[in-house]
Design a protein around this ligand. Sequence first.
Ligand SMILES: CC(C)(COP(=O)(O)OP(=O)(O)OC[C@H]1O[C@@H](n2cnc3c(N)ncnc32)[C@H](O)[C@@H]1OP(=O)(O)O)[C@@H](O)C(=O)NCCC(=O)NCCS
Length: 178
Amino acid sequence: MTAHLPSTTPAVIRLTRYTRTELSEILGDGPDPFGVSWAGLTWLDKDEHFGIKLDGRLVAHTGLVTVPLSIGSLETRAVGFGGVAVAPDLRGQGLARIVMTAALEHARTIGPRYGLLFCLPHLLPLYERLGWRQLHEDVVVEQPGETTTVMPLETMWTPLRDGAQWPAGGVQLRSLPM
Ligand SMILES: CC(C)(COP(=O)(O)OP(=O)(O)OC[C@H]1O[C@@H](n2cnc3c(N)ncnc32)[C@H](O)[C@@H]1OP(=O)(O)O)[C@@H](O)C(=O)NCCC(=O)NCCS
């Protein structure tokens, strides 16, 4: 059943902890809340967490973590976005936009020129609507045991500085994916 948002725009707060408990509060206790377990990947924890609470209940989240990457011969960093989640009964009412916008505003103050995220193909149009662009390059990511793999999900990026363009060249994330 769909619940309705209050008439005023909900505030985004910084969360001091975001564990499986907080994730379950938003998405429930299912075994594969993001639908990506088929990829068999190990993911990087996020360092900073943005959330929305309604009547004391956590209903939306976006996490950020700065990751090193190389693009062609360029060694740089990106702000990785992950764990984007909205409670099922409150979807389609702009909560992802609100929490992503706050996280993006913060990401613009950290330093890297690019935001980066991985998503399932059906979410490409949603993130495009939020200003993200699909990256058509393969992205190599690290996995445990000093192995690497090509990211099987879609990759999207967004400029964190005015006029930032994605450089040409092969893309390698020098960390676990977020
Ligand atoms: C993905 C998810 C976070 C979206 O949350 P949401 O609150 O329903 O999203 P919003 O209502 O804020 O929608 C964001 C924007 O995308 C647009 N949008 C949504 N679905 C769309 C679609 N299929 N095509 C184009 N635009 C779409 C919305 O209209 C909105 O744009 P607007 O503000 O200009 O109207 C939510 O469905 C979820 O938690 N899914 C499960 C977890 C998950 O898969 N997370 C993503 C990990 S990468």
